[in-house]
Design a protein around this ligand. Structure first.
Ligand code: PTJ
Length: 247
């Protein structure tokens, strides 16, 4: 990182800002992504910048849902492409699932740049949005999907977005797993499983959990017991409390 010493108390946070800025400079992250990142930072601060117990519970459930899925797909936007490209590739390989570029802000050439960025980080299969398949119940650019990807997926992993798409996917009968630091966002509220954590911490933990390979029976039992509403309430309670005993 440019001129911030490693000893700086907020080094990690500042290094992440650099990654997002670099994403914008490379043309993979939308300029709006800077605002989204700042919003995330604020929530992360309130969540003690740690993966808390409720997030660990969601990670276990997410791993189970992804492993039990018949056709899981990993959706990639400009922020996650900049922050966690390697982890996205590891996850795709572990699940043998495609990555699919799906962005909200239409900017010329950005989708192609994200694809190339993922390929540079070792991705094997990256689907692109098409006009051959469109999601129902949604008007934004996010409706354009790949016919063999998000359109036919039974589980869609949507890290970091606040938008109209999660609800549309749910209405189409798909399960959605998201990572969102804001437990009040539309996506967090409508997803099947919401991991209230920073993508940079949650994604490696999700990959670790998948590698633990519990039995199908264990995974089904984790899913049966999982309640997203409870997780969101716990996250909100933590934020409202301000201080916490895990700090
Ligand atoms: O690349 P595009 O065009 O698809 O745009 C992507 C963004 C993220 C800019 C777009 O989806 C957007 O505008 O999102 P929002 O509405 O700002 O919502 C982003 C959500 O992600 C907010 O709830 C943030 O709190 C949350 N968030 C931001 N950074 C992180 C995060 N959650 C987890 N980890 C983060 N690092």
């Amino acid at each position: 990182m440019s001129d911030v010493p490693k000893s700086h108390p907020r080094y990690i946070s500042l290094a992440l800002r650099d990654k997002i800025v670099e994403g914008v400079e490379l043309g993979i992250t939308s300029i709006h992504g800077l605002i989204a990142h700042g919003r995330g930072e604020a929530y992360d601060y309130l969540l003690s910048e740690q993966t808390l117990t409720f997030a660990k519970t969601s990670i276990r459930a997410a791993a189970a849902m992804l492993c039990l899925a018949e056709h899981p797909v990993i959706s990639v936007n400009g922020n996650v492409a900049a922050l966690v490209p390697d982890d996205l590739v590891v996850l795709a390989n572990l699940l043998n699932a495609p990555l699919e570029v799906n962005i909200f802000h239409t900017e010329s050439g950005r989708e192609e740049k994200i694809k190339q960025h993922l390929l540079n980080h070792g991705a094997e299969q990256v689907f692109m949005p098409t006009t051959e398949a469109e999601l129902f119940y949604i008007d934004s650019n996010r409706k354009y999907v790949h016919p063999d990807g998000i359109f036919t997926a039974d589980v869609v992993f949507v890290p970091l977005e606040d938008g109209d798409r999660c609800q549309a996917l749910r209405k189409m009968g798909k399960n959605v797993i998201t990572i969102d630091l804001n437990p009040m966002s539309r996506t967090a509220q409508t997803a099947s499983i919401t991991i209230v954590d920073n993508v940079i911490r949650a994604l490696p933990l999700l990959c670790e959990e998948i590698q633990r390979t519990p039995t199908n029976h264990e995974m089904q039992s984790v899913l049966n017991q999982y309640q997203n509403d409870t997780i969101l309430s716990e996250a909100l309670r933590h934020i409202r409390r301000g201080a916490n005993d895990e700090w």
